[in-house]
Design a protein around this ligand. Structure first.
Ligand code: AMP
Length: 421
């Protein structure tokens, strides 16, 4: 039986790796300029961490987690998002006590969700995320959004839309919750089983239901905006003002609630608007999560973050036809003929690589022409040709594969010759 990658997973092949390096490099560069530092947390955590943070009634926790017992019967989950692990680490390592605040972190890594597969949705995918912990200043919400916009621009993505909403603080949410229950109660028998359970447990989640999305009661549902208390309203006004000051375009989307429970105040998503992108256009989503650090056992700490789906960024790059810089040339290919020359080329190729030159040689004992063909296929700039005759004379022939011009070079000058080309 031939093995295949497990359903919902895929290989990133060498032919596609330039795109990944490009995205990673841009994200890291922009994070550095915004003074965010990289953190790497484990791929699995104890299941309770995710139940506690993401929320029991979310689709992620109730349907999509890869959960198993380890050999000692501890319940383990492959991370279905990145924030919970980062916050766990922040609390465990008491980063809140560091002298530099807010704590600004970014991460890259695989995420696992048992979801229905389609274009842009896998069961193992990659998120790049940032978290800023320790400040309730709306300027930090805007810093995060501005970093997102900067990344998209640096990647060369132009057709994007920033959607913004506020979920208010817990006081505003409580009043809104009541209004939602009153609104959905009369039609609850029309809605799916999950929504029926959500009505009492977490009515805000009804607005995020994938099954009942088109039900008329969704459109007429009360808007949280009308239930905001003074503090929440002020926070949101500041966010909008700063975004305007920074010339960042955005649209208000009252339906935007996000699929995770830990958010409050600002929530946002960025969608690709390029044609032919497919149904799933959300490139990233984030927002404020002021209660989460405390929920996980840390001190009361306001925080804000965002996560990108890296596969979706790559799909967007392809859909917008962005030119990806690629390193597809090597410096030289050593063509050797005869046993002695081959033995010599083993050492030469190694010496050249130690000088940080990108060099390849033949390992299949191919004929002269086939070796030159390999050099061509690898886009080598130079072919270094050594036969036993040349070896006798302590020389080789170096052919410039772009111009066809060839020169005799003394063997002890080869490294310098190639370096100078
Ligand atoms: P979320 O943690 O659900 O807010 O997701 C953040 C981003 O991750 C989304 O905007 C998508 O770009 C990406 N994403 C979420 N789920 C998947 C998935 N199953 N496959 C690929 N990308 C995903």
């Amino acid at each position: 039986m031939a093995y295949k990658a497990a359903k919902g997973t895929y290989d990133i092949l060498p032919k596609d790796i330039d795109k990944w390096h490009f995205v990673e490099d841009v994200c890291k560069k922009i994070c550095t300029s915004f003074n965010y530092q990289e953190i790497r947390t484990p791929i699995f955590e104890s299941t309770n961490l995710f139940i506690r943070s993401v929320g029991e009634t979310t689709d992620i926790v109730s349907k999509e987690m890869y959960t198993f017992d380890d050999k000692k019967g501890r319940s383990i989950t492959l991370r279905p998002e990145g924030t919970a692990g980062v916050v766990r680490s922040y609390v465990e390592h008491k980063m809140f006590a560091d002298s530099n605040q807010p704590t600004k972190l970014f991460y890259f890594g695989p995420i696992f969700r048992y979801e229905r597969m389609q274009k842009g949705r896998q069961r193992q995918f990659t998120q790049f995320g940032i978290e800023a912990l320790g400040s309730k200043d709306p300027a930090v919400d805007v810093e995060v959004i501005s970093l997102v916009v900067e990344i998209l621009q640096s990647l060369g993505l132009k057709k994007v839309k920033v959607a913004l909403n506020t979920l208010g603080d817990s006081e505003s949410r409580l009043k809104y919750r009541e209004a939602l229950v009153n609104h959905f109660k009369p039609v609850i028998c029309d809605l799916c089983g999950d929504c029926k359970a959500r009505l009492e447990k977490n009515p805000l989640r009804i607005l995020d239901c994938k099954v009942d999305r088109e039900h008329p009661a969704m459109k007429t549902a009360p808007k949280l905006m009308d239930y905001l208390n003074e503090e929440s309203r002020k926070h949101f006004e500041k966010v909008k003002q700063y975004l305007t000051d920074l010339n960042i375009d955005f649209v208000i989307d009252n339906q935007l609630v996000r699929g995770l429970d830990y958010y409050n105040h600002t929530v946002f998503e960025v969608m690709s608007e390029v044609e032919g992108f497919g149904a799933l256009t959300t490139l990233c989503g984030g927002g404020r999560y002021n209660g989460l650090v405390q929920e996980i056992g840390g001190p009361e700490t306001p925080a804000v973050g965002v996560a990108f789906g890296v596969e979706r960024l790559i799909l967007a790059l392809e859909a917008e036809g962005v030119n990806i810089p690629s390193n597809n040339k090597i410096d030289a290919y050593i063509v050797s003929l005869g046993e002695k020359a081959n033995d010599f080329s083993v050492k030469l190729v190694n010496d050249l690589r130690r000088e940080n030159l990108q060099v390849e040689k033949d390992y299949l004992n191919r004929k002269f022409k086939a070796q030159l063909k390999s050099a061509d296929r690898l886009n080598a700039r130079l072919a270094v040709i050594i036969g036993d005759d040349e070896l006798e004379k302590d020389i080789c022939i170096i052919k410039n594969l772009d111009t066809g011009i060839q020169e005799e070079v003394a063997l002890d000058k080869v490294i310098n010759y190639i370096k100078n080309k």
